[in-house]
Design a binder for this molecule. Structure first.
Ligand code: PBG
Length: 337
């Protein structure tokens, strides 16, 4: 028992940080990180065919759309003032080299034309990669290495990526986002875009992309799961951080206009480092399918407050140093910001 008569020493605090948290208006006034709709990019999955709006089971509230079903979605995105969309295509036919990726009337090429005619000011970013287009699900041309294992041939893939990029450019894309982690991709893209007079098409490089289990739901969404093996010979090892600076440095020197770190939530340290090292290059971060799905799933079970968790997770990515965020929450966020 503590004696009633005991004299306690209670020096009042000389500093009171709580003053700045006294109510919502005060907290808003002094907040250091401000999320705004103009920071957001919304991914869209475009599927070959007609009359399709197919729910993606592992990504609650997300759909695959056929091009004829896209108009309404685009109108909604525009009315929410979301500045940009990121397109992924699911073609009707896949083959070993992913030739559906560079067809003039390929699924993404058609979507770009539709979006540009309907909403010319909505920025259209196209993901540049082959995993949705190859029958084996790898991000490029595969061949057997000396150990007899299948691996992606970097330089053969570069050639196909250039074809894909030129076809997207011809369709009217604003920004090309190579996501396959092929060495030297930014350089060949810039050279060939310039040579064909697409000097103003920007390159947003997925410079720092880790091999991550958090892409799981996306592989259902984009139907691009590798049929064997994994992506560890081209995507980065999550044990590495300085390597991220090397990847970013290479892309910057090859002419990338913007850099990206992916995934985002478990890589806030990487976002911070890349922004510190390249303060002059706009930095994006991709809150990937698994990050989204975990929040959705926990919210559906009633274990987490979805709106609060969404705001906290995306704000943290911006606080770490991202200038813009690719997120499946973009529409939900835009509705409340
Ligand atoms: C394609 C690509 C992937 C994602 C974006 N582009 C899949 C992968 O690399 O396996 C994942 C996005 C997400 O999980 O939301 N190369």
């Amino acid at each position: 028992m503590i004696k009633e008569s005991l004299e306690l020493k209670l020096t009042p605090p000389s500093q009171r940080p709580r003053r700045l948290r006294i109510n919502q208006a005060m907290r808003d006034l002094v907040s250091e990180t401000r999320l705004s709709v103009s920071d957001l990019i919304y991914p869209l999955f475009i599927r070959a065919g007609e009359n399709i709006k197919k729910p993606i089971m592992s990504m609650s509230g997300q759909f695959q759309f056929s091009v004829d079903h896209l108009a309404q979605e685009i109108d909604e995105i525009v009315s929410l003032k979301i500045p940009a969309v990121l397109l992924f295509g699911i073609p009707a036919e896949k083959d070993a080299c992913g030739s559906a990726a560079w067809q003039e009337y390929g699924v993404v090429q058609q979507a770009i034309r539709l979006i540009k005619s309907r909403a010319p000011n909505l920025l259209v970013i196209a993901d540049l990669c082959f995993c949705e287009y190859t029958d084996h699900g790898h991000c490029g041309v595969i061949e057997k290495n000396r150990a007899g294992e299948w691996d992606v041939n970097n330089d053969l893939t570069l050639e196909l990526l250039v074809k894909q990029a030129l076809s997207l450019a011809q369709a009217g894309v604003d920004i090309i986002a190579p996501s396959g982690m092929m060495d030297g991709v930014v350089k060949v893209l810039r050279e060939n875009l310039d040579a064909q007079n697409y000097k103003n098409i920007a390159i947003l490089s997925y410079s720092v992309k880790y091999a991550s289990s958090f892409y799981g739901p996306f592989r259902e969404a984009a139907e691009g799961a590798p049929q064997f093996g994994d992506r560890k010979t081209y995507q980065m090892d999550y044990r590495n951080a300085s390597e991220a600076l090397r990847e970013a440095e290479l892309d910057a020197s090859e002419g990338a206009d913007m850099l990206m770190v992916k995934p985002a939530g478990n890589y806030l340290d990487i976002i911070y480092r890349v922004k510190q090292a390249f303060p002059y290059l706009p930095l994006g971060a991709y809150q990937v399918s698994g990050e989204f799905a975990m929040i959705k799933a926990a919210a559906e079970k009633g274990w987490i407050n979805e709106e609060q968790a969404m705001l906290e997770s995306v704000t943290a990515i911006k606080r770490a140093g991202a200038d813009f965020i690719i997120t499946y929450f973009a529409k939900d966020l835009a509705a409340i910001l």
